[in-house]
Design a protein around this ligand. Sequence first.
Ligand SMILES: C[S@@+](CC[C@H](N)C(=O)[O-])C[C@H]1O[C@@H](n2cnc3c(N)ncnc32)[C@H](O)[C@@H]1O
Length: 278
Amino acid sequence: MTDRRAVPTGVGRTALGVAAARARESLRPDRLFDDRYAAAFVAAAGWPEQRPEERSDDPPEGQAMFHHLVIRTRFFDDLLLAAAADGCLQVVLPAAGLDTRAFRLPWPDGTVLYEIDLPEMLAFKERVLADQQARPVCRRTVLPADLREGWGDQLVAAGFDPGARTVWLAEGLLIYLSASEAADLLTAVGALSAPGSRLSFTHPVPDSAVVRRTLATPSMSGLAALWQGGLGEDPSDWLAGHGWQPEFHNRSALAAAYGRPGSSGSRGGFYSAVRLPG
Ligand SMILES: C[S@@+](CC[C@H](N)C(=O)[O-])C[C@H]1O[C@@H](n2cnc3c(N)ncnc32)[C@H](O)[C@@H]1O
């Protein structure tokens, strides 16, 4: 039996770090998104209240991670809405964590959104959302499951239609999986994706500024210790070899487009792909 009062631990704690960044961004007058539930998750976990401004004593590594999380949140907000507007009305968030897009994005009519994560995480999330009287703006289904095991059947049993075009987002997940687990997950996603479906995810670029700084910072060693590396090969090559047309989105270029600081010249970024027929 999952304890609904428990605060996520282990890899689940990483979702709280993301929520803290989203809470902080949501306080800024020039915010790139407004996640009004993020602060409630952080408070329910007993973490300190966020403040919008950067302090001069903030470690640069923490600031780099904050900017990474903010840019990626806004980028995937835009990507998911564009896919939905283009007819991908099934949305699946493997490792949804404390993602509140079901509640805060203007989804088109008919959007059905599935959130998959570990039972402990989803129990905590549902309790906080219930306390906040949060109401989704699309049809939302929550699926407690381990993404290293046979979650695909559970998704279909929950109503997912493999014949309909879908947009998938695995944000902040693959790095916590081994190469074979990441490949198995993406293979299962491919098997459930009708032609024209979209897939998007984050994946560490080994020499990107955020990865280098995190690995080199003692206070972030707890986070880095959870990293399993993700796909052992270049994600674009993997996608191209498995029925997808890939695209890479450089984070520095996105940051510039959003008017935010970025590590200029960094190779870090995000992946998206379109499912090819056949
Ligand atoms: C960094 S958080 C990202 C959460 C969310 N995608 C976001 O960006 O807000 C990583 C998430 O992966 C989930 N996760 C890690 N391994 C998992 C697994 N094997 N099965 C299901 N969820 C997993 C954790 O519980 C956590 O919620």
